[in-house]
Design a protein around this ligand. Structure first.
Ligand SMILES: C[S@@+](CC[C@H](N)C(=O)[O-])C[C@H]1O[C@@H](n2cnc3c(N)ncnc32)[C@H](O)[C@@H]1O
Length: 602
C-alpha cells in the first residue's frame, strides 16, 4: 500500500511544470519504501489514464458509497482512488496491497461497477480495446479540445510557444483609462488570452487577477511607444506582479523595505499601488517610505534610473545602494519603523521561460471530483487541527501538469547532484533572508517570492521559516488564502502540499513533537505560477507571512512573547541557518553569478 501513499503527493500539486523526475528527486522523504522509479512509473501511467479514470470513479459514485473511508483518508481520497482504480482496472497484478487493507477493499467492493463504467467510457470514445483508448488519450493530451470541440491549443499552445507581452500600466504616472484612450486607442480589446494569439489586428487583454495589467501579442512593438519611453508603461511578467500586489501596501501601514530591489520592477509596482490607494489612506498623517536595498552597486544604479523614470515626483523611494539586507540592524532608524517587507531574493531562475526547460509536453492529471456530501467535513482530531477549506476557485476537475521524461534519471545522476548542491546553497541564503525579516520589530507583513519552480526554494523555505524559533517567538504565521487580496485568493495554482509535508515531517522528526502545522493550509497559502500553461506566466512562487495579533505593533515590540535579546542584526538564531564566514562568502560569490535580472532589458 505504501506505493500508493508515496505516489499520491506527486499528484497533489495544483500544478508544477517542474519535471516529475526533479520533483521526485527533490523529495527529502528518505523513509519512502518505494523507489523513485516505481513512483515515477505509477504517477505517469495513472496520469495518462486519468481523464477516463476520473470519469469512471465519478460515475461509479465511489466517494458517496465509501464515505467512511473518505473520512479516514480525507483529502487524499481522490488521488488514492485514482491510483488504486488504475491498478485494479489496468494492471494484471491488480492492487498492490494486502487483501485486508481497508482502501483496497473499498475500491474492490465496486470492481464490477468500475469495470462497467470503464467499458462505457471507452465505447463513448469509440474505442473497442484498451490499446485504442490509450492512443486516443495520448492524442487528446497532445491536442486537448474545449467543450465546443475546438482545440484549446488553438492560438495558445499550453505546451510552449505563446507568451504574451505583459504590460503594467504605471499608475504612479498615468491611469489605465488614459492609456486605453491614447497608446491603445487603435487596439481591440479581447476577452481571452487565446484571442490575442489568433487576432489579426492589434489587440489587448485586461488581466483578471492583477489590476492595471494588460497582455499584448508578443509581436506588439510597445517598446517603441512614447508611453514606454517615458515610464508610463512597464514590461513586467504577470507573475512578477504578484508579490507587490499580495503585500498590498497602504500609506497608513507605514514604511516598507524592498530587500532585493534591482532592477526595480517590484519597487516601482509598490509605489504604483501606494499611489492608487484611496484618498482617506493617502491623507493619513504618516509618511510612507519605500526603502529599496540592493547589495550590488552596479545594479543599484539601474534601480535608481528605473525608479526615477517610473515614479512620480511625490513618491518617496529611498535607494540604499550597496546595502546588504542581511547586514541591516533592524532595531535602529530607519529600519525600526518598517512594517512591511518584500523579499525577492536571488534564486535559481528555473521559472524563467527558456531556462531549465524540459522539451517534453506537460502531461495532465485529472482528479475525480468528490461531491459536496461525499466526505464529511473533518472535525478536529486529537493532536492535529484540520479544517475543511472553502473551495474558492476550484475548476470542475483539477488538472495537474506534470512533465514526463522518457527516461527517468536515477538520483545519482551528476547533473542532479549539482542541482541539489546549488539549491541547498540558495535555500540557505533565502531562509536567512526571511528569518532576518522576521526580526524587524514593527514588521507585520512579509511577502517572499522567487522565479523558481523548485520546492526547495519555495515551500521548503516557507515551512522552515515557520518552524524557526524566531517565527514562534515573534508570532509569524503564513498569510492564509482566505486572507489574501482578491486576485491572489482566486488564483487557482497553489503550493505543493507534498513538498510542504516533507519539511514538516523533517521538523517533526528533529524536534520529536508536533509543531501544530496545518500542511494543507500552508500549501493553500502558497501561490505558484506555471510556465507553459494557458495562464501564460513564467514559473513563479509567492507566499505571505503575517504576525499574529498581540505580537509587535506600534508602541511595543513583542507583547506577551519572550524576548530574543539584541541579536536581530546579527541574523537569525536558528541553527539550520547558521553559517561560518567562509561559507557565507562562498555563497555570496555563487549568488553573484546567479543573480536574476527579471524583466531587465525588456
Ligand atoms: C531576483 S533579483 C530582484 C528583482 C527585483 N525584485 C525586481 O523585481 O526587479 C535579486 C536581487 O537581489 C540582490 N541581492 C542579493 N542578495 C542581496 C542581499 N543580501 N541584500 C540586498 N540585495 C541582495 C541581487 O543583487 C539582485 O539584484
Amino acid at each position: 500500500m505504501s506505493l500508493y501513499y508515496e505516489t499520491a503527493p506527486y499528484l497533489s500539486s495544483s500544478g508544477n511544470s517542474a519535471s516529475l523526475k526533479f520533483r521526485l528527486f527533490e523529495s527529502t522523504n528518505e523513509q519512502n519504501k518505494s523507489s523513485p522509479k516505481q513512483i515515477y512509473a505509477l504517477a505517469i501511467e495513472a496520469a495518462s489514464w486519468s481523464p477516463v479514470l476520473a470519469e469512471v470513479i465519478e460515475s461509479s459514485q465511489l466517494f458517496d458509497l465509501e464515505r467512511k473511508v473518505g473520512y479516514i483518508v480525507q483529502y487524499s481520497f481522490p488521488k488514492l482512488a485514482l491510483l488504486l482504480t488504475h491498478d485494479l482496472l489496468l494492471t494484471k497484478r491488480g492492487i498492490s496491497a494486502p487483501a485486508s487493507h481497508v482502501l483496497r477493499q473499498a475500491v474492490e467492493r465496486h470492481k464490477a461497477r468500475l469495470n462497467a463504467e470503464f467499458v462505457k467510457a471507452r465505447l463513448r470514445r469509440g474505442c473497442s480495446t484498451n490499446d485504442q483508448l490509450r492512443e486516443t488519450l495520448k492524442r487528446e493530451a497532445e491536442h486537448p479540445m474545449t467543450a465546443d470541440g475546438t482545440s484549446v491549443n488553438d492560438g495558445l499552445n499550453s505546451g510552449a510557444s505563446f507568451h504574451p507581452r505583459w504590460v503594467r500600466v504605471n499608475t504612479c504616472k498615468t491611469a489605465m483609462k488614459v492609456q486605453l484612450d491614447t497608446t491603445f486607442k487603435d487596439f481591440a480589446q479581447v476577452q481571452g488570452l487565446q484571442d490575442l494569439a489568433s487576432s489579426t489586428t492589434k489587440a489587448f487583454h485586461i488581466d483578471k487577477h492583477i489590476p492595471n495589467l494588460i497582455a499584448l501579442a508578443p509581436s506588439t512593438e510597445i517598446t517603441k511607444s512614447p508611453a514606454y519611453a517615458s515610464g508610463l508603461l512597464i514590461l513586467q511578467d504577470k507573475a512578477s506582479c504578484f508579490p507587490a500586489y499580495l503585500l498590498d501596501p497602504s500609506p497608513a501601514h507605514g514604511d516598507i523595505v524592498d530587500a532585493c530591489a534591482a532592477p526595480g520592477n517590484k519597487t516601482t509596482h509598490l509605489a504604483a499601488i501606494l499611489q492608487e490607494k484611496p484618498q482617506s489612506q493617502q491623507a493619513s498623517n504618516k509618511t510612507c517610505t519605500i526603502h529599496a536595498c540592493e547589495r550590488d552597486t552596479t545594479r543599484a544604479a539601474v534601480l535608481q534610473n528605473m525608479t526615477i523614470l517610473a515614479s512620480g515626483p511625490h513618491q518617496s523611494i529611498k535607494i540604499h545602494a550597496g546595502q546588504d539586507f542581511l547586514h541591516i540592524n533592524p532595531h535602529i532608524s530607519p529600519w525600526n519603523t518598517v512594517t512591511s517587507l518584500l523579499l525577492d531574493p536571488s534564486c535559481s531562475g528555473s521559472g524563467i521561460i527558456g531556462r531549465d526547460d524540459d522539451s517534453s509536453p506537460p502531461l495532465k492529471v485529472t482528479l475525480p471530483r468528490r461531491h459536496a456530501n461525499a466526505i464529511p467535513a473533518p472535525t478536529a482530531s486529537k493532536g492535529k487541527k484540520r479544517k475543511r477549506k472553502p473551495d474558492i476557485s476550484a475548476p470542475p476537475a483539477l488538472s495537474i501538469p506534470l512533465t514526463p521524461s522518457p527516461k527517468p534519471l536515477p538520483p545519482t545522476q551528476p547533473i542532479l547532484k549539482d542541482l541539489t548542491t546549488r539549491l541547498a546553497s540558495l535555500q540557505s541564503f533565502q531562509l536567512r533572508l526571511v528569518l532576518h525579516a522576521f526580526t524587524f520589530p514593527l514588521a507585520q507583513r512579509i511577502v517572499y517570492s522567487t522565479c523558481s519552480i523548485h520546492a526547495r526554494e519555495n515551500e521548503h523555505v516557507v515551512v522552515k521559516a515557520l518552524g524557526s524559533e524566531v517565527a514562534r517567538k515573534k508570532g509569524w504565521r503564513v498569510l492564509k488564502r482566505e486572507e489574501q487580496i482578491e486576485g491572489m485568493k482566486t488564483w487557482g495554482i497553489r503550493g505543493l502540499e507534498g513538498a510542504a509535508r516533507d519539511v514538516v515531517d523533517e521538523l517533526l522528526a528533529a524536534k520529536e513533537k508536533g509543531l501544530g502545522f496545518d500542511v494543507e493550509e500552508i500549501a493553500e497559502a502558497c501561490i505558484r505560477c506555471e510556465k507553459r500553461t494557458r495562464e501564460a506566466t513564467q514559473g513563479f512562487f509567492v507566499a505571505g507571512f503575517v504576525r499574529e495579533e498581540g505580537f509587535g505593533g506600534i508602541g511595543g515590540e513583542v507583547q506577551g512573547a519572550p524576548e530574543d535579546g539584541d541579536r536581530g542584526h546579527q541574523g537569525p538564531s536558528s541553527s539550520t541557518v547558521e553559517m561560518d564566514e567562509a561559507a557565507e562568502e562562498k555563497e555570496e560569490e555563487e549568488q553573484e553569478e546567479e543573480e536574476e535580472w527579471e524583466g531587465f532589458g525588456e
